[in-house]
Design a protein around this ligand. Structure first.
Ligand code: COA
Length: 170
């Protein structure tokens, strides 16, 4: 039976660190579904779900066993409905461990049939996060080497649109 894995996240936007984990995971499993969370607790995404899906899909066309889908609700429910028995999570630094361990335990409690597989992020990506990339782009910094070129272009465009739109005082 085909081994299907789900790689969940908000991917706002997908970075080269995510792509590294995805590429390596695609060699371990028959199929990998990148599950893009419509909402992630406490986060207000910069890109809409449609934009995030498009930006990812444009950059994974070279990985034939990878598909990209939006999801809402529980990750384990999404995995089960797609016949996936594995959740992939990337670990960057020791600081990720506590949060990941809690999430692993909750997912295990919710569905013990679905195993979480942790993969270490490539050493060049240990410091990387989507928020940091967004902050650099919004402040006019260079995100080359942090995100795929087309995502860098979208970040630059979205950042300049935001800077030219007057912000309301709160
Ligand atoms: N390279 C680069 N960055 C990485 C990375 C890697 N390999 N791995 C993680 N990151 C970054 C992400 O970009 C993200 O950055 P940000 O906080 O700046 O946006 C950060 O690390 C945290 O990533 P992650 O833990 O994947 O959070 P997320 O918001 O992207 O996704 C979900 C969290 C969607 C997986 C989680 O909320 C979820 O499962 N939700 C569904 C509800 C559910 O099932 N709840 C019960 C389980 S607790």
């Amino acid at each position: 039976m085909a081994k299907v894995a789900v790689y969940p996240g908000s991917f706002d936007p997908m970075t080269l660190g995510h792509l590294d984990i995805l590429t390596r995971a695609s060699k371990l499993f028959d199929r990998v579904i990148m599950a893009v969370a419509q909402q992630s607790s406490g986060k207000r995404p910069l890109f809409t779900i449609e934009e995030r899906l498009r930006l990812i899909r444009d950059n994974v066309t070279h990985l034939p066993n990878v598909s990209v889908e939006a999801f809402s609700g529980l990750t384990v429910a999404f995995a089960q409905s797609h016949q996936a028995s594995v959740i992939i999570r990337g670990l960057r630094a020791v600081s990720d461990f506590e949060y990941e361990f809690k999430m692993y335990q909750m997912n295990m409690h919710l569905n013990p049939e679905i195993e979480t597989v942790f993969m270490m992020a490539g050493p060049e990506y240990h410091f990387l996060s989507s928020s940091m990339v967004k902050e650099v782009a919004l402040l006019g910094g260079d995100v080359t080497g942090l995100v795929p070129p087309s995502i860098g272009e979208s970040l630059a465009k979205t950042s300049s649109q935001m800077l030219s739109t007057p912000q309301k005082d709160t």
